[in-house]
Design a protein around this ligand. Sequence first.
Ligand code: GDP
Ligand code: MG
Length: 387
Amino acid sequence: MLTTLDPTLLWIIIGAVVALVAIVTTVVVVRTRRARELESRDRPSIEPTEPTTAPTPEPVEGDVLVEEPPAPTVPTTDRPEAAGTRLSRLRRRLAGSNNVLAQALLGLISTDKLDADTWDDFEATLIGSDLGVGPTTELVDTLRKELAIDGVNDPERARTVLRSELVKLADPTVDRTLNTTGADGLPAVILVVGVNGTGKTTTVGKLARLLVAEGKTVLLGAADTFRAAASEQLQTWGDRVGVETVRGPEGADPASVAFDAVNTGADRGIDVVLVDTAGRLHNKSNLMDELGKIRRVIEKRAPITECLLLLDATTGQNGLIQARVFNEVTDVTGIVLSKLDGSAKGGIVVQVQRELGVPVKFIGLGEGADDLAPFTAEGFVDGLLGE
Ligand SMILES: Nc1nc2c(ncn2[C@@H]2O[C@H](COP(=O)(O)OP(=O)(O)O)[C@@H](O)[C@H]2O)c(=O)[nH]1
Ligand SMILES: [Mg+2]
């Protein structure tokens, strides 16, 4: 067929094909080059521009080469809050709460005229704040004498007098240290008692955390064996704080679990064993039998160094009556006043100490792990007065 074509036409066809191939090749080359340029601009840091001969570094902790952090082998326990920040936060919480006592005191300080009505109102509010009739009368009498000198209230002076009188009522002279030193190399044993729901288990957890922060070794004993949930709750606190919990089966004899805990603590050279108990209050002799047995059995192994009684500050006079029963049937060495946050009436601090003759050693101001503070008369009063 070619032989039949005109040679000129043949050359034109060949020329056209060559030109077409040249154009297509040029377009492809330009496009590829451009694509490479874009690609290298997008990931300059990943692809090294020059081949490297350096050896691959060994993966070390925190190295970016370790793609996933290794799973923690022990449960991480967060660091307890330092005493300073803890106290100042608790003060803020006391002053910021609907605390009846705090409000009455601030009201008195800020009023510009101290007439008979003002004093009557003040007195009524103090009694309403669970301060008790005796301490209220004493406080009002002293303040009237001290502040009535010019008849007109000087807020600064009122604050100073009020502060010193309240500190006196809260008794700054009493020893509130928690005895955490056991006898003869044995662990200190802290028994925690009180009515159901007052905050025993929570307080054991918070206390364990404070003690661990002080560098002590701690063991928990779940002697509330009446509900499975009770030892579960204690164990949860133990895990959170990083200490072990000795438990018994549901319905086990509380005294035998308490003994196991103290015995284990003694064998292991633990510093402090905290024993949580049930708060059953059927009747006085029942309670006396139960706590009496726990005490006797524990003391076959190690003396009890502290018996802390929990009192829920929101239960007012009822709580006080229950606390009195506990104080009669067992030897209480310190009171923990829980739930002073919220709508609590702080006056109970003064009344409970006077009534039971036992110092308040700790106050609870919330459900969190750090919401427990050692009680001091000055700190408490400053909290109430918002200083
Ligand atoms: N607001 C507040 N709640 C608390 C405080 N202490 C304990 N609680 C709560 O009171 C409830 C009963 O506490 P729990 O420790 O189980 O009491 P237990 O029956 O005596 O062991 C729980 O919901 C705690 O979180 C506190 O200081 N403030
Ligand atoms: Mg409990």
